[in-house]
Design a protein around this ligand. Structure first.
Ligand code: NI
Length: 185
């Protein structure tokens, strides 16, 4: 069982640095880091993903899990939500390629930017790859919410937080206000 780690919040410099490549994705040390990230995610509940810099570890590790259905109203605002979900995906040293020109703009939130949301434009389709802690290679093409989650988590490894992706600062605010007023959008 992993340890619950403290989540870095916007303003902490670790969140705006480029994370470093992992030398040995299958090492015990990395397995421990991943276990701690999973325990931290589970403890916080109802979240889609986490990147290592968010728990003060400047390494290129990210994970996400998209449930088939979520009761978190934050995600009801994302029209491209993938109804099938995506199983827990752990990627070390991931690579990301954006596909085509099609983008979708919708609400995003982040554990490191608690309480806030902004509309962010993301590519509809991406291709990504990476190594698992077991040393397996994963390679996938993703669309919609799956692609958005990957782009958001990958951004953390590049030192980018979602408010830095905003194109319209008027579409930025407190989650509870936005959810109260955006119902049906
Ligand atoms: Ni985030």
């Amino acid at each position: 069982m992993g340890k619950i780690l403290k989540v870095a919040r916007m303003g902490h410099p670790i969140l705006t640095q480029r994370a470093k490549e992992v030398d040995d994705p299958t090492s015990l040390h990395i397995k421990g880091v991943v276990d701690d990230m999973l325990a931290t995610m589970e403890n916080l509940g109802n979240n889609i993903g986490l990147a290592a810099p968010q728990v003060h570890i400047p390494l290129r590790i990210l994970l996400f899990k998209i449930p088939r259905k979520t009761n978190n109203p934050r995600y009801h605002l994302t029209p491209e939500h993938d109804p099938d979900g995506v199983p827990l995906t752990i990627l070390i040293n991931p690579k990301l390629t954006l596909i085509g020109d099609e983008t979708i703009e919708t609400w995003e939130s982040c554990l490191s930017v608690p309480g806030l949301m902004a509309k962010v434009s993301r590519h509809q389709s991406v291709h990504y790859s990476g190594t698992t802690p077991e040393g397996k290679q994963i390679e996938r093409t993703a669309h919609g919410f799956h692609a958005r989650a990957m782009q958001h988590e990958y951004d953390h490894l590049e030192g980018i937080l979602f408010p830095m992706r905003m194109t319209d600062p008027s579409q930025f605010g407190f989650q509870d206000e936005i959810l109260k007023h955006a119902v049906g959008q």
